[in-house]
Design a protein around this ligand. Structure first.
Ligand code: IDP
Ligand code: MG
Length: 152
């Protein structure tokens, strides 16, 4: 989906949950003006994570990545708004926190690439795939934000 209805999949990883920064991460997306359309907390299964990270299956860090991601609960979310996929990635920072600028989530809250606290879809195509992997259709809400005419 594009335009104001564009959606992205954002997940706070187990380290982000354990470190107590769920609220600060959600605040950044809220204050930007994006709309939260789905959210749940779950400890993901290995099967789900293998599907989610299937493109990285051949990488040496893949087994460690799956173990890290299943080591505790994550907060899975869908955020909506104009350009949310691309802007969401900018808000996250680079994959390696060491390359992430201050002001980005990874730049402000973490140090190591293997503990980089948050996931965000990298394209509209992967967003669509990831949203349907993590959420059932009836878990996605549709509502009009009262702020919409003050954001667009
Ligand atoms: P992204 O999360 O910024 O899209 P990807 O390249 O898709 O980055 O990698 C997925 C996740 O795999 C990263 O967020 C990070 O948790 C982990 N990862 C990527 N590269 C490395 C690495 O070199 N060592 C350990 N973990 C890595
Ligand atoms: Mg990625």
């Amino acid at each position: 989906m594009e335009g104001q209805n564009e959606r992205t999949f954002i997940a706070i990883k187990p380290d982000g949950v354990q470190r107590g920064i769920i609220g600060q991460i959600i605040t950044r997306f809220e204050q930007k003006g994006f709309k939260l359309v789905a959210m749940k907390m779950l400890q993901p299964s290995e099967d789900l994570l293998i599907q989610h990270y299937i493109d990285l299956k051949g990488r040496p860090f893949f087994p460690a990545l799956v173990n890290y991601m299943k080591s505790g609960p994550v907060v899975a979310m869908v955020w909506e708004g104009k350009g949310v996929v691309k802007t969401g990635r900018v808000m996250l920072g680079e994959t390696n926190p060491a390359d992430s600028k201050p002001g980005t989530i990874r730049g402000d809250f973490c140090i190591d690439v293997s503990k980089n606290i948050i996931h965000g879809s990298d394209s509209i195509e992967s967003a669509t795939k990831e949203i349907s992997l993590w959420f059932k259709d009836d878990e996605l809400t549709t509502y009009t934000s009262c702020a919409v005419s003050w954001i667009y």
